[in-house]
Design a protein around this ligand. Structure first.
Ligand SMILES: [Zn+2]
Ligand SMILES: [Zn+2]
Length: 260
């Protein structure tokens, strides 16, 4: 028996680019046989749906509304729904798991965290951080920033990436022995949505089970097409690539790192 989980998902209530509501996602993943989902809407450094001018408490209530919609529907249909978020820096994005709405209400300074602040504060509060789609290349991304020193792992397959971008991520993770997950980055649940995620041997009882799973680097099955990392990378040249050093300063990486 294995238990499938979506690790990376956006609702239209929390994310400006989201299309499906939390409840629509919950029903879809239930019908697809998933045990649970993590709702990871874009936080305030990213493509949030929440107006910036509102008071902090209202912003957080709004931010959490997509998760809460999914959670309520999950209670009805029998799907486990967990909370997280995705924060963005210089075009690089991080999934944060294990902290809750009360933490957010109590910590308005989190909006101004650096990658390093985020990693330290999230760990201190009992959570963990995964870098999402580290080699995503899109028009709005000026350079790749690899923040694996401020993360507990990386997402090496993302349904919104090209295969080549996931091949880069998989090679980089192998070279640096990084813990890996995969996720759909699902903004819209409909009948032909490609669903990624992880499959676990045991169901998660709580978000803390997931955090411990990651922090102790437990194995799981990566859910994505079997040939996802087979494609040649030559077709898609890398843009300028930096790895963040321990002080969160950029150090340029040159192309020969792929010869692992
Ligand atoms: Zn988005
Ligand atoms: Zn995302």
């Amino acid at each position: 028996m294995s238990y499938r989980y979506e690790t990376h998902l956006h609702t239209c209530q929390g994310s400006a680019c989201g299309v499906s509501t939390g409840a629509e996602h919950a029903r879809y993943y239930k019908s697809a046989g998933y045990q649970g989902i993590f709702v990871t809407d874009h936080f305030f450094g990213g493509n949030t749906a929440v107006p910036r001018e509102l008071p902090w408490r209202e912003r957080i209530h709004w931010f959490c509304s997509g998760f809460e919609d999914a959670w309520n529907e999950g209670q009805k249909v029998g799907l486990d729904v967990f909370f997280g978020w995705e924060e963005s820096f210089d075009g690089d994005d991080y999934l944060v798991y294990g902290l809750d709405k009360q933490f957010m209400l109590d910590h308005p300074e989190m909006e101004h965290w650096s990658r390093k602040d985020q990693y330290e504060a999230v760990h201190a509060a009992g959570g963990c951080v995964i870098q999402a789609h580290p080699f995503r290349m899109r028009g709005y991304i000026q350079a790749i920033h690899l923040g694996d020193r401020f993360a507990d792992g990386v997402e090496i397959a993302n349904a919104g990436n090209t295969p080549a971008q996931d091949v880069y991520a998989a090679h980089y993770a192998r070279q640096h022995q990084l813990y890996t997950i995969t996720g759909s980055d699902n903004h819209r649940s409909h009948e032909d949505s490609a669903l990624y995620g992880v499959a676990l041997d045991q169901p998660l009882d709580s978000i803390q089970d997931w955090v411990q799973h990651i922090l102790t680097r437990q194995p799981h099955v990566l859910l994505c097409p079997a040939d996802r990392w087979d494609s040649p990378t030559e077709a898609e040249p890398l843009i300028r690539t930096y790895r963040m050093d321990a002080a969160n300063q950029r150090v340029e990486l040159h192309g020969d790192w792929r010869t692992w």
